[in-house]
Design a binder for this molecule. Sequence first.
Ligand SMILES: Cc1cc2nc3c(=O)[nH]c(=O)nc-3n(C[C@H](O)[C@H](O)[C@H](O)COP(=O)(O)OP(=O)(O)OC[C@H]3O[C@@H](n4cnc5c(N)ncnc54)[C@H](O)[C@@H]3O)c2cc1C
Length: 381
Amino acid sequence: MQRFDVVVVGARVAGAATALLLARQGLRVAVVDRARRGDDTNSTHALMRGGTALLQRWGLLDRVVAAGTPAIRQTLFSYPHESSTVSIKPAAGVDALYAPRRTVLDPILVDAATAAGAEVRYGVAVTDLTRDATGRVTGILGRDRAGRVVEMAAGLVVGADGRDSFVARRAGARTERTGAGASACVYGYWSGLPTIGYEWYYRPGGTAGLIPTNDGQACVFAGLPAPRFAAEVRGDLAGLYRRVLKEVTGGADGRLAAEPPRRLRAFPGRPGFSRQAWGPGWALVGDAGYYVDPLSTHGMTDALRDAQLLAWAAAAAHDGEPEGAAYADFQRRRDAITEPMFAIVDQICSYTWDGPGIRRLLLQMSSAMSDEVEAILAADA
Ligand SMILES: Cc1cc2nc3c(=O)[nH]c(=O)nc-3n(C[C@H](O)[C@H](O)[C@H](O)COP(=O)(O)OP(=O)(O)OC[C@H]3O[C@@H](n4cnc5c(N)ncnc54)[C@H](O)[C@@H]3O)c2cc1C
């Protein structure tokens, strides 16, 4: 059996970032993931300012830029009877936003974690948590692709294993908040599509986004209430995609007139939730602990932020602060930032707004994101 200070389950945005920060603090860290390195995953890629600023702070934004990820310098908001374009102002150390493909961003984070000394193992599925006589979590049990048992002991097991988190389930993490709304999403990659930057469209019963990403492509999504998706998809994803995009963007001044990409991806929607973030010997980061509707385009920023908050808590515990106090502070900070956003996003993805209503909600979201940036960047502890 191998021993580590921390074992992280999940090697994507939340897990790789957590491993990177903890390894940089000098802890002995292992990361395991049942997937393969560089595997793609569902995402429309848009990073908000908090996530971009953290990548900059960790010295990784240059790598995202070097991978050919286009800089986003403007955002278009289109409402039923008006639209506005907002420039991304330099703030928090960044003067542009980015939407890297996950096949670009996740390996950048994993490589940085490895360079910082973390041991990364793909192809390991975690099947159980180990505990001591007091019930404290003491490590993981898993299996590699050859069927061999993998056993790792750790002072802390971090669940960064996504919204259906096995670690959360096995640790017994309480669900503390559940949303009511859920947006389904159908998206594909368009080549050579000109965009202003991020483009967000809001109409009753539907939304859309144009998001420039790597390889000269733009990710174009059509969003709709989950019940509408279930009622209308009827085996014709492409038809639904075309219909919602036309309804919501009006063809985006002819830019979406071409045949949509043949390969479309769909997410049927799921209400958001927030789980208890830690317990004896375990903690949760990213979607495992707090999952917000993808219409927020904020999940990766949440994941990177949680990694930072947990790293601060681990450093405090390492420096002698009682573990309970340090990790309670991690959850307190996470919840203080996410509670306002959770309520706003839940209303946005419920599609119960009208034109002035969605404008108001987006202004509130913008203000909550500014508070987030202040909270994660103002102090370094
Ligand atoms: C359709 C869609 C569009 C989205 N668009 C955006 C967007 O534009 N912007 C944005 O910021 N966010 C977006 N998101 C949200 C974003 O993708 C997530 O918030 C983010 O991926 C969460 O990262 P994570 O590291 O917490 O979890 P995940 O990315 O889910 O990674 C979890 C990892 O854990 C591994 N794992 C799970 N169980 C085990 C196990 N038992 N053993 C070993 N490994 C395990 C998995 O293999 C996986 O690699 C979108 C989500 C969806 C569904």
